[in-house]
Design a protein around this ligand. Structure first.
Ligand code: BJW
Length: 235
């Protein structure tokens, strides 16, 4: 019988929100087929055309009230509540579906649509539904508001805490992520170094799929819910 006190570290990507109706990035008709990455997900793109970038995130923020968490989000919340050991949830997603699905503690390593960031003083505040590049910072008054999103070339958030958790993981699960973007794609290697059992949940093997010991193939709403049911039987 597996350990009911196991520390479980979970990484989620766009695939977990796909069944809620949010586009993934690298699907044929995904976000990167509709927009150039260099234009909307780099600091250089923002410097060139802040309005284009802010509007890209405004449109995605406006979609949030129209979508609902799916059974995979809810299952992870149930796991956090009911598993005896520690559960650490790390998401690359900038939506709020984990929180709305009931998860209490979520590391948003690539930021969140619901927050604005002052590029001058690093102050954060709740993003208005429609942000504008000239919005003043409520703390320092600089007109330096930007979406609180980690773009290519920027350091993802909470890296020290995340690597510390990975170093203590007994189980590492990656759900709905293509394994193309680092440092998140390197988490499986880090967890294996710590001796964790590693599981990939995806429709197909990811770019780092060969590093996982176990694969659960299929839509996350089914595979994750079934796995959580199994784990909760341990204790
Ligand atoms: C389902 C499903 C269903 C579908 N059920 N599954 C060369 C080598 C190595 C690294 C680099 C390099 N050159 C540059 C770098 C670094 C760079 C990088 O990784 N580039 C690569 C492209 C090579 N990384 C960075 O710049 C990062 N910062 C950094 O590295 O700082 C330095 C550092 C050094 C050391 C330690 C720590 C830091 C920052 C990365 C920022 C990423 N930002 C984005 C956009 C912003 C957010 C937004 O706009 O929403 O984040 S990019 C985009 O990709 C987004 C995502 O979070 C991220 C990952 O995508 P994800 O989630 O995997 O989605 P998809 O679409 O790719 O995949 C979906 C998956 O789901 C698929 O596999 C489907 O099969 C599956 N799926 N439906 C289950 N129903």
């Amino acid at each position: 019988m597996p350990d009911p006190d196991a520390k479980i570290v979970i990484l989620t990507g766009a695939g977990i929100s796909a069944e809620s109706g949010i586009d993934t990035f690298r699907a044929e008709d995904g976000l990167w087929a509709q927009h150039r990455v260099e234009d909307v997900a780099t600091p250089e793109g923002f410097a060139r055309d802040p309005e284009l970038v802010v509007n890209f995130y405004n449109a995605r923020r406006a979609q949030l009230p129209e979508v609902e968490p799916n059974p995979a989000h809810r299952a992870l919340a149930q796991l956090e509540q009911a598993h005896r050991g520690e559960v650490v949830l790390i998401t690359q997603n900038v939506d709020d579906l984990h929180e709305r699905g009931g998860s209490e503690t979520v590391y948003h390593m690539h930021g969140t649509l619901n927050s604005a960031l002052c590029a001058a003083c690093d102050h954060r505040w709740p993003a208005p539904l429609i942000m504008a590049p000239g919005d003043p910072c409520p703390a320092c008054n600089a007109t330096a508001a930007r979406p609180d999103i980690v773009w290519f070339g920027e350091m993802p958030y909470d890296m020290d805490a995340l690597f510390a958790h990975l170093g203590e993981a007994d189980i590492f699960a990656a759900i709905g992520t293509s394994g193309n973007v680092y440092p998140a794609a390197g988490f499986v290697a880090e967890a294996r170094r710590a001796g964790a059992h590693t599981i990939e949940f995806n429709l197909e093997p990811s770019a780092v799929g060969n590093q996982f010991q176990e694969h659960r193939t299929g839509p996350a709403s089914h595979t994750v819910s079934a796995w959580v049911e199994d784990v909760l039987k341990w204790g």
